[in-house]
Design a protein around this ligand. Structure first.
Ligand SMILES: Nc1ncnc2c1ncn2[C@@H]1O[C@H](COP(=O)(O)OP(=O)(O)OP(=O)(O)O)[C@@H](O)[C@H]1O
Length: 379
């Protein structure tokens, strides 16, 4: 059984010099269950690495608890927490061989020589590093170095592995391959992983669950599919998807939700009550279609960008930002021409403009199915 880890109500302040302490984590709670791959996702500076360093014991929290396997470890020193960490820069010793790098931690912990050798061989085999064991880090490719860093974590025998942007130094193709390999390895070995990244593609493709962070707070914790289909906050909607969800400022009045420029005007579905007066009307670029959907309107195409299989069409909807649609590349589209576009009511998302919260009851009223049903319906 692999380890589990949990953060409960963590507040973290940093004190630099004589300045007032600044709070960087606010009541942060999340967990990674045994065998789970949990990704901490958010923009630079939102507190992902700090959260990871707290789990590792490299930082102290001012409030809250950190639990590993259900035991509070706030006062347990880093060296005695049963976990391993993989850093972005790999932190390899340049003057040591690959074998020595992998075994370094075991040596420090005075693991017996024959046992060290056995674990080294096993790990090298697993990560396909056997031919390189006598080389120095400088003589390896980025991907191979990354595997050495991973090997050092695995060889420790820890079943809880913390990873801080471990793939960010690799080129795009290698990164894609490593994502798949890493995920496979994690599954095969049943490891519990807490993985930090600001790359939503990494989060969406690798995670069992994603913890979306912003400004030192947790915005949403959900599996990737739910995060995409039902963001609970406008900030999450804005962060997930490429391009992300269109969010248009709109007003609720006279039984309609109408965008400020008046181009989109949707009658409120029955059963939705107590709507805020100001809302953000959200629709994903993938959910906009040409001449289809139960809400259609005419608009002018500003620009179109061909991506290969798809094209990104930017339509004028009156406001400062265009409405972006991801359409199949087969549609012939001309800049400046008028088109009739639309969407289905159930694909609309509604957020309170002030609080940013998803409007409760909206999904049920629009007939939007749950993510589980949708998945089923799509077969
Ligand atoms: N040792 C420190 N002393 C003071 N402030 C710090 C220290 N380390 C981090 N911070 C601040 O804490 C906040 C969170 O930093 P953290 O490194 O956790 O963010 P992050 O989400 O991991 O960002 P990135 O993706 O850029 O690494 C930032 O505002 C950062 O400036």
């Amino acid at each position: 059984m692999s380890s589990s880890v949990e953060l409960r109500g963590i507040d973290k302040f940093y004190q630099s010099g004589r300045e007032e302490p600044t709070q960087v984590l606010f009541d942060v709670s999340f967990e990674a269950k045994s065998g789970e791959f949990v990704v901490l996702l958010g923009p630079s500076g939102c507190g992902k690495s700090t959260s990871l360093r707290l789990i590792a014991g490299l930082e102290d929290a001012q409030n809250g608890q950190i639990l590993i396997d259900g035991q509070v470890v706030n006062d347990v020193p880093a060296s005695r927490r049963k976990l391993a960490m993989v850093f972005q820069n790999y932190a390899l010793f340049p003057h040591l061989s690959i074998a020595e790098n992998i075994m370094f931690g075991l040596k420090v912990r005075r693991v017996e020589k024959s046992e060290r050798r056995r674990r080294l061989e096993q790990t090298a085999e697993l990560l396909e590093l056997t031919p390189y064991l006598d080389r120095r880090p400088a003589q390896l490719s980025g991907g191979q170095r990354q595997r050495v860093a991973l090997g050092r974590a695995l060889v420790s025998g820890a079943s809880l592995i913390l990873m801080d942007e471990p793939l960010s130094n690799l080129d795009a193709k290698l990164r894609q391959q490593m994502r798949v390999d890493l995920r496979q390895l994690q599954r095969d070995l049943g490891l519990t992983v807490v993985y930090v990244t600001h790359d939503q593609v990494e989060a969406m493709t690798m995670a069992d669950r994603v913890v979306v962070m912003r400004g030192g707070q947790v915005d949403q914790i959900d599996p990737p599919r739910t995060l995409f289909q039902r963001p609970t906050r406008a900030s999450v909607a804005r962060f997930i998807g490429s391009p992300p969800m269109n969010l248009l400022e709109a007003e609720v009045a006279d039984g309609h939700v109408a965008t400020d420029a008046g181009v989109i005007r949707v009658p409120l579905p029955a059963g939705v009550t107590e709507l805020p007066a100001r809302v953000l009307l959200g629709v994903r670029p993938e959910d906009i279609t040409l001449e289809a959907g139960d809400h259609q309107f005419e608009t002018t195409l500003k620009t179109v960008e061909l991506l290969g299989a798809d094209q990104l069409a930017r339509f004028d909807v009156g406001g400062p930002a265009p409405l972006i649609a991801r359409l199949h590349a087969n549609y012939p589209l001309d800049d400046g021409a008028r088109y009739r576009i639309g969407f289905r009511l159930q694909d609309l998302h509604l957020f309170d403009a002030e609080s940013g919260q998803r409007v409760p009851g909206w999904d049920a009223a629009t007939g939007a199915t749950t993510s589980e049903n949708r998945q089923f319906m799509k077969g």
